[in-house]
Design a protein around this ligand. Structure first.
Ligand code: CMP
Length: 215
């Protein structure tokens, strides 16, 4: 499964086998915090299966979801690179399987396949671009636009239809856009009433890519 992780595709079969031996497999149930913001960490997680949310929380239990990551993605690289505490917390949204590499094991991989460093830099650049977009969305769009924009970002083409297939609760969407669950519920209902989306159990189909800007 680890072969599917783009980060490790450049390793030769021998090096890959070595890395696979060094990595520890972790099976984690849904709703588990696997990394806590502010704590010391020196391991890199790659996702073999499942999905996680990367988030920042406050003492009152409120949180903002920075990103949702799935199979093939990795996290925990930042503390490994700069030896600073974890920049965010990470929790499983579904039962998940991870391969965990210690700092030492990761250094060994880098030695054997230096291109991994370029891939990590590319991933970091993409994260910064995504974060820039998120900042501008949070600062410049009203809550209706933020919800609509988030739906479009999460949607994938499924047999010619734009579908948000990720099982996300309204609370998750609220935590991604910095709004209350009640407000997200109102906006989804309005979009649905106006025929822009269809909400079915936990999938949302988008019928018009030009979602309206406001109520
Ligand atoms: P680290 O700081 O070690 O621990 C938390 C991890 O969350 C971090 O490494 C990244 O892997 C990940 N992370 C933090 N911020 C973002 C973001 N904006 N987008 C995606 N992943 C992130």
């Amino acid at each position: 499964m680890l072969r599917a992780v783009p980060l490790f595709q450049d390793l030769s079969d021998t090096d890959f086998a070595l890395m696979n031996d060094l990595a520890i497999e972790k099976h984690v149930p849904k709703g588990t915090v696997v990394m806590t913001e502010g704590t010391v960490g020196d391991s890199l997680f790659t996702i073999s299966s499942g999905r996680v949310k990367v988030f920042i929380g406050d003492e009152d239990g409120r949180e903002i979801i920075l990103k949702i990551l799935g199979p093939g993605d990795f996290f925990g690289e930042m503390s490994m690179i700069d030896s600073q505490p974890r920049s965010a917390s990470v929790a499983t949204l579904e039962p998940s399987v991870f391969k965990v590499l210690s700092h030492q094991a990761f250094a060994q991989c880098l030695e054997r396949a230096p291109r991994i460093a370029t891939l990590v830099m590319q991933a970091l650049a993409k994260r910064l671009r995504d974060a820039d977009r998120k900042i501008s969305t949070l600062a410049l769009m009203d809550v209706y636009g933020r919800v609509a924009n988030t739906l479009l970002e999460l949607a994938i083409d499924s047999n010619g239809k734009l579908v948000v297939g990720e099982k996300l609760s309204q609370q998750d969407i609220a935590n991604m856009v910095g709004a209350s669950r009640e407000m997200v519920n109102r906006i989804l209902k309005d979009l649905s009433d106006r025929g822009y989306i269809t909400v079915e159990s936990k999938t949302i189909t988008i019928h018009d890519q030009k979602l309206p800007p406001s109520f």
